[in-house]
Design a protein around this ligand. Structure first.
Ligand SMILES: C[S@@+](CC[C@H](N)C(=O)[O-])C[C@H]1O[C@@H](n2cnc3c(N)ncnc32)[C@H](O)[C@@H]1O
Length: 268
């Protein structure tokens, strides 16, 4: 049997196990909303107590969030089959495998320790490459600019950890006018809830960037193209929701509200 893969990641980087564990668990179901067999393989291969990241209703919500993101990315690729998708804070995400149309270019960017781990499970190809960088730096933008446009920047579960998120968004908007961006935002109420949950579970990665209304980001050089909420997914996702999600959503909404907004923006 292969040696378990050691995981040496900073606290925020370790949060990649939250969506990964959710997708692994979902993929084992008979009717998965998101199919990600690689997530289960990675979970089995790593020497890490990832189970602490997969408890409670949060895992199901994370899978739903991923389904909404996948839908936005498929929409971009339908309009721009040869455009470039830039996955910021990609973690061990395998969205490319779910949405690839055989023509798109793809960049998976994350911090160096995450990319080092990612390279144990993913390889660069002629259309897809990994970039080790902080989204807070600017050098990586030249790598993106060298790939053909139009561009879609995707950041799932990433910007909420960065209080510098508005600076990152402003820089992308200035450097890539006309580009599309899709990311999730969380209200101040959700941030407070995450802080309480993190204290209980002894997790040190705290959400840092509240956003009560994605429209308030428009002065950063962005315009809202399409707004969605994880608990109110687009019709195309709603149409293929497995029964357990269809039953759970109306019960979840009064408790957690819209949890996360997933919004598609265009850089002006
Ligand atoms: C909750 S995980 C989400 C991972 C992935 N987007 C997914 O949905 O599976 C947060 C990710 O953000 C990355 N991250 C945090 N700060 C970052 C930064 N400054 N630059 C690039 N990536 C960052 C972490 O390494 C981690 O992979």
């Amino acid at each position: 049997m292969a040696e378990p893969v050691k995981v040496q990641l900073g606290a925020v980087q370790q949060t990649l196990f939250i969506p990964l564990a959710g997708r692994a668990r979902e993929s084992r179901r008979k009717h998965p909303l998101v199919r990600d067999p690689k997530a289960a393989q990675i979970m089995a291969a790593v020497d890490f107590d990832a189970a602490r990241y997969s408890r409670g209703w949060g895992a199901g919500v994370t899978v739903l969030r991923t389904a909404v993101f996948d839908e936005f990315v498929r929409g971009f690729l339908a309009d721009h089959p040869e455009g470039t998708v830039v996955e910021l804070g990609t973690g061990l995400n395998s969205r490319f495998d779910r949405v690839d149309n055989g023509r798109t270019r793809w960049i998976d960017l994350d911090l160096p320790d995450t990319v080092e781990l990612r390279r144990r499970f993913f390889e660069d190809t002629d259309r897809r490459r990994m970039v080790a960088a902080s989204v807070l730096d600017e050098d990586w933008m030249a790598v993106v600019a060298a790939s053909p446009g139009p561009y879609l920047f995707v950041a799932e579960g990433v910007l909420v950890y960065l209080d510098e998120a508005p600076t990152v968004l402003t820089r992308i908007a200035e450097r890539f006018p006309g580009a599309l961006l899709v990311f999730d935002t969380y209200t101040k109420r959700m941030l407070d809830q995450q802080h309480r949950m993190a204290a209980k579970r002894n997790l040190t990665a705290l959400w840092a960037w509240p956003c009560d209304d994605p429209h308030t980001l428009e002065p950063l050089g962005l315009e809202v193209v399409r707004a969605s909420a994880v608990t109110r997914p687009p019709a195309t996702v709603r149409a293929r929701l497995p029964r357990r999600y269809r039953y759970a959503l109306p019960l979840l909404r009064p408790v957690v509200g819209d949890v996360a907004a997933v919004t598609l923006f265009r850089a002006r």
